[in-house]
Design a protein. Sequence first.
Length: 272
Amino acid sequence: MSRTNFEQLLQAGCHFGHLKRKWNPAMAPYIYTERNGIHIIDLHKTVAKVDEAAEALKQIAKSGKKILFVATKKQTKEVVAEKAASINMPYVIERWPGGMLTNFPTIRKAVKKMANIDRLMQDGTYSNLSKRELLQITRQRAKLEKNLGSIADLTRLPSALFVVDVLKENIAVREANRLGIPVFGIVDTNSDPNNIDFVIPANDDAKDSVEAILNACCTAIAEGIEERKVEKADEKAADAQAEAADEAKPKRAPRKARKDAEPKAETEAAAE
């Protein structure tokens, strides 16, 4: 069964591409026609590509790995933050911190700095600071929270990137490509699909369009997470059952003890 359909995507405006003169020729296979100087995306291909991407995302989530969502575009960042948070996945919606993937240890240090400030504020270390110094630390904490708060739980490199507007987020895409991290991207007619592992051809400017695609992909990720939980629970139950069965088995005497007992029995018989 398809995770989305032609009608849904049409209503969400996923078919509207960019002006014909702004197109990237590499997107030609995904373009249906041109109307009033605007390219129209072939939604039948979008439906197939959403299904393909959703299935791959589901498998990544099922294996317990993280998918990093990236969307710094004003009109789509709120919906991306909401959807990513609902499935407990990290996201970047402010500015892409350069080197976030290629220089990951440095980013982790900045995240740890945020945790250190929190700890020192709680244990009263900062209580003897002047108002000015306290204000500076509070501002620094707020800035770190704004840029990195949403990736605080990302302790290792993500296993995949989900990008809205691969042209705008080209630095993130390049970093992922360099590290061999698969990229899932909503790709509009003005973008290059060649560096994207899972291309979802669609309008990347309209909130409704992005939301329709995210709904399908995030539902698949949630299913993957749920299936992982069920599998783990089943494994636990099977282990407990095996343990109980072992305990219920009658205990056999050690081999040496049985050997020692045999001559003793023969001696007693002879004595009688």
